[in-house]
Design a protein around this ligand. Structure first.
Ligand SMILES: CN(C)C(=N)NCCC[C@H](N)C(=O)O
Length: 270
C-alpha cells in the first residue's frame, strides 16, 4: 500500500452558473450541439462536495455573466508558495477571466504578478514536487516558461504538446504526488516523451480510451485521485499502484473540453 503523503489542500472553484458552449476554441467544443446548464451545475456540485468530504478547503470565485468557460478555474492562475502568476489567455473569448481571477487573489491578500506572455495557468503549468512541468504548443507560449520560472522560483521543464485534442498539459498528464505522474504518451513530441520517461520511470501510462474521456484531467492529493468515472483503465492502474480513486461524472463540462482538474485551481500558500 502506498504510504499516505496526503495533505489538506486549498482549492479555488467557480460555479458554472453561466456555463455554455457558444464558441469553439478547442476540438471538444461544438456550439451547435445541445448542453444542459443545470446538469453541469449539479455535476460540479458533486465534484465540490467530493473535495469537502476528503477534508479539503474549497474557496469560490463569483462567476461572471458572458464568461461561459470561467468554471475552468485551473486556467485562472498558478500559485506556488503564496506567489501568484496571473494568466493571459490565447483567445479573446476568455480574456476577461484573467483580471477577475487576479482580483480575487489580490482581495485575498496574495501578491500577484501579471504576465507578459500567454499562459493559461494550471492548465499548462503543473507543480510536481520541486519542479514545474510546463506545456506548450497550443495555448501557453514557450516564452512564458522562463517567466514562470522567474516568478514562481522553481525549475521549469518544457513539454511539447502535439495533439490538438490534448491542448492543455493537464488534459494529457496528471501529477499524482511529488515523485510520480500519469500521462498519455502520444500527446507529447518524441523528445518530450523521452524526458518524461527519464523523469518518471514508474509513471502510470494512460491509454487512448482514458485520454478520450479526459481521464488524465484528474486531481490528486497524493493519496486519493479524483478522476472522470469513465476512465476505467486508468482507474484500475491507479488502484494497482496503491492510490485510492474517486470517479466523478463531469460529462457535461467535457462538452467544453474540461474535466475535474480544469474546475480546480490549487491555492498553495507559503
Ligand atoms: C484543466 N484546464 C484548465 C483545462 N484544460 N481547461 C479547460 C478549458 C476549456 C475551455 N473551453 C478552453 O478551451 O479554454
Amino acid at each position: 500500500m502506498r504510504p499516505s503523503v496526503s495533505v489538506m489542500r486549498r482549492y479555488l472553484m467557480c460555479r458554472p452558473t453561466h456555463f455554455a458552449v457558444t464558441y469553439r476554441i478547442n476540438p471538444w467544443m461544438d456550439p451547435t450541439a445541445p448542453y444542459d446548464n443545470a446538469l453541469a451545475v449539479s455535476q460540479w456540485e458533486t465534484l465540490r462536495q467530493t473535495y469537502l468530504d476528503l477534508g479539503h478547503t474549497v474557496d469560490l470565485i463569483d462567476p461572471l455573466p458572458g464568461l461561459p468557460d470561467m468554471v475552468f478555474a485551473a486556467n485562472g492562475a498558478t500559485v506556488v508558495d503564496g506567489r501568484v502568476l496571473a494568466v493571459q489567455f490565447r483567445d479573446a473569448e476568455r480574456a476577461d477571466e484573467a483580471p477577475a481571477y487576479a482580483a480575487w487573489f489580490r482581495e485575498h491578500g496574495f501578491d500577484v504578478t501579471v504576465p507578459k506572455h500567454t499562459n493559461e495557468g494550471e492548465g499548462d503549468i503543473l507543480l510536481a514536487g520541486d519542479i514545474m512541468l510546463a506545456g506548450t504548443g497550443f495555448r501557453t507560449s514557450h516564452a512564458s516558461h522562463a517567466e514562470t520560472q522567474e516568478v514562481l522560483q522553481r525549475p521549469v521543464i518544457t513539454l511539447q504538446l502535439v495533439d490538438p485534442a490534448y491542448y492543455h498539459l493537464d488534459t494529457a498528464l496528471c501529477v499524482l504526488d511529488d515523485t510520480n505522474v500519469a500521462y498519455f504518451p502520444p500527446a507529447f513530441s518524441p523528445g518530450s516523451q523521452a524526458v518524461l520517461r527519464q523523469l518518471y520511470p514508474h509513471a502510470i501510462i494512460a491509454n487512448a480510451e482514458d485520454a478520450a474521456v479526459l481521464g488524465l484531467n484528474a486531481v490528486s492529493d497524493g493519496r486519493t485521485v479524483v478522476l472522470p468515472v469513465q476512465a476505467t483503465h486508468l482507474t484500475a492502474e491507479l488502484k494497482a499502484a496503491g492510490y485510492q480513486t474517486i470517479g466523478v461524472d463531469v460529462s457535461e463540462l467535457r462538452k467544453a473540453g474540461g474535466g475535474p482538474k480544469c474546475c480546480t485551481l490549487e491555492v498553495r500558500s507559503s
